[in-house]
Ligand binder design. Sequence first.
Ligand code: FAD
Ligand code: MG
Length: 347
Amino acid sequence: MKKYCFFLLPVLLLASCKPAVRKESRTVFALGTVCSIQLFTEKPQSKADTVLQICTRRLEELERHLSANAEISTLIDINKASGVSAVNVPADIYPLFERAMFFAEKTDGAFNPVIGGIVKLWNIGFENARKPEDRDIRDALFRTGYKDVQLTGTAVFLKKAGMKLDLGAIAKGFAADELTRIVRQAGIAHAVIDIGGTISAVGKRPDGKRWNIGIRDPRVQQGQPVISAAIESCSISTSGSYERYFEQDGVRYHHIIDPATGYPVRNNMIAVSVFSDSATDADALSTACFVLGYEKAVKLLAELPDTEALFIFDDNSVCTTAGLAQHIKVLDSAFRLADMNKHITGK
Ligand code: FAD
Ligand code: MG
């Protein structure tokens, strides 16, 4: 299995502290990506180290249960038992499966956690990524019906043989929520958790101000932030077409699949960042919004309380939902905030 490390889209811009508050941090490679935990605390270093250790162990546990790429994981067991039997899931991870199915229903399958068979065919992010044969895509699409997933309360059953779960679009968010829970339970009020670009800001900065999260131009690797967002007690997840992709015969194929066709989504968006108090929801929704396209995404977000989003389009225009506009600053003049209706057909 190749470990693939893609670059992070959002970066932390500012984190100034009260003198007594120290920053204790750790960066680990887990869930196929770079995960960083920054704690801002007055607690003794040994206490902060223990919290960082517990966080690291939780990430390792989640990887053992949720990896679609490892040789062994609970998720692989579920996939292997497809069409045959249900597989028990640890009680502390079961809510992730419920939430994944909630968003599958809510988005009419635009967010599809049983897209695994199609994801494996494309293998984007791995060495042998290639455009599959059309007939293989058509064939795999028969085993991506999210209505064929049965949750029993303690177990998961994929009703059709050959169905494959892939939680790559939601599990990093769940991990960020899990680490936030650990950090809060330890009495740490200020922290930033970054699971491969899915970021949870715990509380405010130690100086009482909001955290500033920078969003880069997704097309420029390691570039400076072009937009900043001021947030508190909030998670951000970004999905885009420039994070994992390969090129074949001059065509770029990226990793976010339209479950209706089995091909990478094509639209005029290059990235969407979703802001929510749940990182799990932000993660699922950023992928869903990318698949749905701007107009349907805006309708979906309007039905969800306390959920905002920022969309970047290929002409460098930027749209935000109404509740977010006041917290956004454009830092690079190549980008401009546009009217929300700009990308709605007929307006
Ligand atoms: P997101 O938009 O959040 O998710 C896109 C991903 O979700 C795609 O890559 C695909 O897997 C899936 N997907 C595509 N279309 C849809 C759709 N319509 N609905 C639902 N899901 C969809 N990567 C590696 O390269 N090597 C590893 O060893 C590895 N291990 C991992 C282990 C775990 C437990 C997890 C959760 C992920 C792992 N990954 C690994 C994947 C990687 O870390 C990210 O999850 C992946 O890059 C997608 O994250 P994203 O935020 O960029 O995109
Ligand atoms: Mg996602």
